[in-house]
Design a protein around this ligand. Structure first.
Ligand code: FAD
Length: 399
């Protein structure tokens, strides 16, 4: 039988594992379900590294959530002993008026975050790997860095299990529906009921959350690892930052990481959105083609000394985009008393994982949250069925 303290979490990837941890730690009876095994590489939360940053070019409304996410990531490391966060600094490069630079500056100023602005000469002097055009500048942020996605998911699963959550893997959810004041979830192995449902389906959102009415686009994205000519020395994280570059020549965004894993393992780089191909998570092409490697290699050759060097490997991953590239985190507008959703992370959600878990626990257990999630209301989107009924506050003014 279900009770209000029972919560089913569907999807135990980045967001769902965090939700299960926060819910279980607050005393909810949690059942977590995933179609694959724990910490798998068939969704969106694998690949060894994720960037985190606070001077958020996408919108200043994300910054308070980032500040909380940083606290929670530190706590995750303390609670699990896992190595999750490496703050090596970050560069947002491009023309001064580019979204990457101007947007980052806007967030930094709005929230009084520490930053430095570097002109092309200062970039070349301080980070000799990079070859900016004279017209390019960078915002440098010391608190940007790298997260380990597999350790994050493993840590949250461990915390959830320790707090009593039942976690069931290799058990795909086939459907769910409101039932007797709560919800009923049907899987390949059985039927479960609970008072609350939290749905975090990643790239499977178009199927599992079709009645949200949000026009999601699932995109295949590729990340690449290259071993620099002359070795990884200049790319080690004590001297090389994470970076996003909005190329002054054509506006394409690409990004990269330091050499986190030492010699032979390569440095990771990718295009941010450019070249993403619409895909179905069940039928995604996991083969990376020579032409794709050549495109990123050419871009790196033009801008980074020592790269591309030797191609090491590549991996596919999926973005689940909303039309405005902002998240959907809300009570389900058609089932606002019993269902909470977190989806549409549009290629930039990982750094928010623990705070999204906290918000989902708030919404499922209390119906609201102190966190500013007005930007993530599905009612803002074309076809979003919500009419201002999603839970949570408004971004509100900066203090
Ligand atoms: C190449 C790439 C680079 C990225 N870089 C960054 C970055 O640098 N910084 C950043 O912040 N973000 C980044 N992101 C985005 C970030 O990784 C994602 O936003 C985040 O991982 C999404 O988490 P999720 O929980 O929504 O999805 P997932 O982690 O994929 O979890 C969804 C889970 O739901 C399960 N599931 C789906 N359907 C069912 C079902 N029917 N029954 C049971 N279980 C089901 C899946 O098996 C999966 O485990 C990147 C993404 C990619 C692909």
């Amino acid at each position: 039988m279900s009770s209000a303290g029972d919560v089913i979490v569907v999807g135990l990837g980045g967001m769902g594992s965090a939700a299960a941890a926060h819910l279980a730690e607050r005393g909810a009876r949690v059942l977590g379900l995933d179609r694959f095994g724990p910490v798998h590489d068939r969704g969106s939360s694998h690949g060894g590294s994720r960037m985190t940053r606070q001077s958020y070019f996408e919108d200043p409304a994300y910054v308070p959530l980032l500040l909380r996410a940083y606290e929670l990531y530190e706590r995750l490391e303390r609670d699990t002993g896992l190595d999750v966060v490496r703050l090596c600094g970050g560069l947002m490069l491009g023309r001064p008026e580019s979204r990457t630079v101007a947007g980052a500056l806007r967030s930094a100023r709005r929230w009084d975050l520490p930053y430095e602005l570097l002109d092309a000469r200062a970039i070349r002097a301080r980070f000799p790997v990079f070859a900016p055009r004279d017209a390019e500048v960078a915002l440098y942020e010391a608190r940007a860095g790298v997260l380990r996605p597999e350790h994050t998911v493993a840590g949250h699963l461990r915390i959830a299990a320790r707090a009593g959550a039942r976690l069931r893997f290799e058990e795909p959810v086939l459907g769910w529906e409101p039932y007797g004041g709560g919800v009923r979830v049907r899987t390949g192995r059985g039927t479960y009921t609970a008072g609350q449902l939290v749905v975090c389906p990643g790239a499977w959102a178009p199927g599992l959350l079709s009645d949200l009415g949000v026009p999601f686009t699932v995109e295949r994205q590729v990340t690449y690892w290259f071993e620099p000519d002359g070795g990884v020395g200049p790319f080690l994280p004590d001297r090389h930052p994470v970076w996003i570059w909005e190329d002054a020549d054509d506006g394409v965004q690409f990004y990269g990481f330091p050499a986190l894993d030492g010699p032979g393992r390569g440095v990771k780089a990718a295009f941010f959105r450019e070249g993403g191909r619409v895909c179905d998570p069940e039928a995604i092409d996991r083969t990376v083609h020579d032409g794709e490697v050549a495109r990123i290699a050419d871009r790196l050759a033009a801008r980074a000394a020592g790269l591309p060097g030797r191609f090491v490997r590549a991996a596919t991953c999926m973005y689940t985009n909303t039309p405005d590239e902002h998240f959907v985190v809300a009570r389900h507008p058609l089932h606002p008393d019993v269902v909470t959703v977190a989806c549409g992370f549009s290629g930039h959600g990982f750094k928010f994982t623990p705070v999204v878990g906290e918000i989902l626990a708030d919404l499922a257990l209390t119906g609201g949250t102190r966190h500013p999630i007005g930007l993530f209301d599905p009612a803002r989107l074309p076809g979003g069925e919500a009419r201002g009924r999603a839970g949570g506050g408004d971004p509100g003014p900066a203090p």
